[in-house]
Design a binder for this molecule. Structure first.
Ligand code: ADP
Ligand code: MG
Length: 341
């Protein structure tokens, strides 16, 4: 028992939409949105995670809602640091005598300065050692992709702010094939909101748009079609109004950002060396991240590329699971994991 406590290790998925903490030996202990509410006057932190998310769209003027990681980069690093510290303390707090060792998955677009900020935040939060792993690699590990084989595998990690498309082989990301596309679930939500505003003169909030996407959204037209009632505010009269939206309309609304994702995958495939491309054709493409749950996105991607596509079993958890597993496999990840101190 004591030994288990002393060697407490945490894997952290610092995502643009969600932060997850995986405790080795326990599983996922924190799963909360990456949202922070600060006071408008002095930027004091008022709420983090679920509590802050509840306030989205309902804040009094004195509060501002921040998403400190935007488009896969740290938009506000003091707030990111505070959020990271809060989640780490909450998972490790009970055993404060034993400082945890943590593995944090960071988006591929993060700069060296930001990497340093994440490491410092981890240390400030009480970690004795902080390791960083690129998110698509952690996602691949969490999705059971055999990353240590001398054979290429393609992972498409679709999050809230970004889509990361990476070819992994020999425990590394094949450099010229990795890239991060600033299109993810948030852009799908925006597209739905804009569509409803244009077509029905109805203003809806971010959360309603996301709910529509999750309930009736599909990359390919659904048969039979599904419908959903949507409440918003009439742009002309300013009064609340309800309209019924069909899944076909949602498919149409999100067509453009979905196409951008497909184009991204196609262009990475085109720049992949032939041997690795042949491996990918053999093994297929693995999709991870919350947006991988968008209905028929895998089917569409497969149709567009001619390659089999598998959606990971628990796409929202892959990165967190991968960070936990990575903590047990340092030896083979030396090339790519950065550690401090
Ligand atoms: P990040 O790594 O950026 O934090 P996640 O992997 O946690 O992102 O995924 C969050 C995104 O997944 C959000 O945009 C959310 O709306 C989307 N999402 C979650 N569940 C579904 C679903 N069932 N269908 C479509 N999108 C979903
Ligand atoms: Mg993620």
């Amino acid at each position: 028992m004591l030994r288990a406590l002393r060697s407490q290790r945490l894997g952290v998925d610092l995502g643009t939409a969600n932060v997850l903490v995986y405790q080795v030996g326990q599983g996922v202990v924190i799963d909360e949105p990456s949202v922070v509410a600060v006071s408008a006057s002095d930027r004091r932190i008022e709420a983090i995670g679920h509590a802050a998310r509840e306030m989205v769209g309902r804040t009094p003027g004195s509060l501002r809602i921040l998403r400190p990681l935007q488009d896969g980069v740290i938009a506000d690093y003091l707030v990111t640091e505070a959020m990271l510290r809060y989640f780490i303390e909450r998972s490790a707090g009970r055993y404060r005598m034993f400082r945890p060792e943590i593995m944090v998955a960071v988006p591929t677009g993060v700069t060296t300065v930001e990497q340093r900020a994440v490491m410092d935040a981890g240390i400030a939060a009480g970690a004795k050692r902080v390791h960083l792993i690129p998110e698509p690699l952690a996602a691949a590990i969490g999705a059971n992709v055999p990353i240590s084989l001398p054979s290429g595998s393609m992972v498409v990690n679709l999050g809230g702010g970004t889509t990361e498309i990476a070819v992994v082989s020999l425990n590394d990301i094949v450099a010229d094939c990795s890239g991060s596309l600033r299109v993810g679930g948030n852009r799908l939500d925006d597209a739905i909101r804009t569509y409803i505003k244009r077509k029905y003169n109805l203003m809806i909030g971010d959360r309603s748009a996301e709910e529509i996407k999750i309930r009736i959204g599909s990359a390919v037209v659904l048969e039979p079609a599904e419908t959903m009632e949507v409440r918003g505010r009439d742009q002309v009269q300013g009064l609340p109004r309800t309209v019924t939206i069909t899944s076909d309309e949602v498919t149409e609304a999100i067509a453009e950002p979905v196409e951008q994702i497909l184009r991204g995958v196609r262009s990475v495939l085109e720049s992949t060396p032939p041997e690795l491309a042949a491996d990918i054709i053999d093994k297929g493409i693995v999709m991870t991240g919350g947006t991988a749950l968008l209905r028929s996105l895998g089917k569409l991607l497969s149709r567009e590329t001619g390659i089999a596509v598998h959606v990971a079993e628990t796409p929202l958890l892959c990165t967190a699971l991968g960070t936990g597993i990575a903590l047990d496999h340092f030896d083979m990840l030396q090339k790519i994991v950065i550690s401090h101190p």
